[in-house]
Ligand binder design. Structure first.
Ligand SMILES: [Zn+2]
Length: 475
């Protein structure tokens, strides 16, 4: 007798649920090193699907992959003032190697700007060397005090793109192209609607001129960052002396971008879409999109499943046949629900004789009768419907939890109760931003890309303000 894997209810205890569901669906496990995380095969397959999607999109823009070392000389990090101030508190530093004290300590990369740009200064000489478009798929270490599986771990996986351009505008255009790729990725692949815009001076990446960010609202009313694209201006170019000779033979500094998507988004989709029964994975990212569960296990039924599954595989659907003899049908249903497989295909002996089968949607529980001749088109249609439904569900939730607010009293009340986004005028004075954060835990999230200038007064200090910003408590 196999016991069902019990998890806390999301509707009752979302924090416990989040951890339970990750551990029991076998996405990840705790590691012997505090704050670090073991990504298990099921979780890693999701990351591989993310990699495959993004890698293709980056390459379409002409970006090439490369690799730079894990270790960064401390002096490199210190060359850009804001950058080192931003990252110092989270650095892991190597002081010894091969049994000897190192002449210069090495930081374990928290991000690779400094080690890459030291090299860029050698590689870039002429306007012909631009643009330089590189991406790294690697791990980074940020020594976090409080950690949370996928969302905040001391070590995580990501891609970091680093480009150099001839002009400010070229860099800005590129940073925005990446932003578009991330927007489509978040919305169409992860089924998670995002707000897209600029970060405030205080919230931007240390060393950036402009930080563009994508933000999603989680069911607990807190926002989560779903990717960032930074216009670095010429800040690093000046610190690392990355110069080129333009067509007139004049020496110029380059303009740069850096951009990243991390394993954190896996945490976001777990939280965004799951329910009391476990994960619900968006079909476009699910390692298994349809799982066959034969109601009675015998050779005839298994052959039938094989035949149909081959049809589905041919049209690019990711399938699995659960042929385990030692587990009951009920146990299997429970297991695949917990793992969030979008469609369960049930096949009984009688159904097989009539060339029928049943498709069960994970998101709604709806049962759809299908036939052998129609299973391919029915599965494709349902996968699309599930993908769309997950997106629409989140979008509805976001819209219902976005509050346009003009009084600070109302602002405070919302942040103390249901949370969500607050859309309000802010004078862009960091003092007001800091006070709001101190009193409500809400931070500025973004100024929307398409924001229009308006006449208003700051929700906090009542001084004139020209734009409404989004505020929220954030992960
Ligand atoms: Zn103000």
């Amino acid at each position: 007798m196999f016991e069902k894997k019990e998890i806390a209810k999301k509707s009752v205890n979302p924090d416990r649920w989040y951890t339970d569901v990750i551990l029991k669906s076998e996405l990840a496990d705790y590691s012997p090193v505090r704050g670090c995380m073991i990504i298990r095969p099921y979780g890693y397959e999701i990351w591989e699907n993310i990699q495959n999607y993004l890698d293709k999109k980056f390459k379409e823009l002409g970006v090439k992959n490369a690799y730079f070392p894990t270790f960064i000389p401390m002096s490199f990090l210190q060359r850009e003032k804001e950058h080192v101030e931003g990252f110092s508190p989270q650095l892991a530093v190597v002081t010894h190697g091969g049994g000897e004290k190192l002449s210069e300590p090495l930081a374990v990369r928290p991000t690779s700007e400094t080690i890459m740009y030291d090299t860029y200064a050698r590689w870039i000489q002429s306007w012909r060397d631009l643009p330089l478009l590189l991406n790294l798929w690697n791990n980074v270490v940020r020594w976090e005090k409080r950690t949370y599986l996928f969302l905040r771990t001391a070590e995580f996986l990501w891609q970091e793109g680093h480009t150099a351009h001839a002009t400010f505008d070229d860099a800005d255009t590129f940073a925005r192209k990446i932003l578009e790729i991330y927007t489509v990725f978040d919305e169409d692949v992860l089924a998670t609607p995002v707000l897209v815009g600029k970060k405030s001076e205080n919230e931007k990446f240390p060393g950036a001129a402009i930080t563009y960010s994508l933000e999603a609202l989680m069911p607990d009313g807190k926002a989560i960052q779903m990717g960032t694209s930074h216009h670095l201006g010429d800040n690093f170019a000046k610190a690392f002396k990355i110069k080129y000779l333009d067509k007139n033979g004049r020496e110029q500094f380059v303009w740069q971008t850096s951009w990243a998507e991390t394993t954190r988004v896996i945490g976001a989709i777990i939280m965004a879409h799951g329910d009391d029964q476990g994960l619900i994975l968006p079909p476009n990212i699910a390692p298994i999109q349809a799982v066959f569960v034969p109601i009675k296990l015998n050779e005839k039924v298994l052959n039938y499943c094989q035949k149909i599954s081959q049809e589905l595989v041919k049209s690019g659907i990711r399938v699995h046949i659960d042929s385990r003899e030692e587990k009951s049908v009920g146990w299997k249903f429970h297991e695949w629900e917990l793992k969030g497989i979008p469609i369960r295909i049930e096949i009984g002996e009688k159904e097989m004789e009539n060339d029928e089968l049943t498709l069960v949607r994970r998101d709604t529980g709806e049962k759809v009768k299908s036939q052998k001749s129609k299973v391919k088109s029915d599965t494709e249609r349902l996968l699309k419907e599930i993908q769309d439904n997950l997106f629409e569900r989140m979008k509805k939730f976001r819209d219902e939890n976005t509050h346009t607010v003009s009084s600070y009293e109302e602002f405070k009340k919302i942040m103390a109760t249901q949370k969500g986004y607050i859309y309000a005028f802010w004078c862009e004075d960091p003092v007001c931003e800091a006070k709001i954060k101190e009193e409500t835990k809400a931070t500025t999230r973004i100024l929307p890309l398409d924001a229009k200038e308006e006449k208003g007064e700051c929700v906090y200090c009542k001084k004139p303000a020209t734009h409404r910003w989004y505020f929220a408590q954030a992960y």
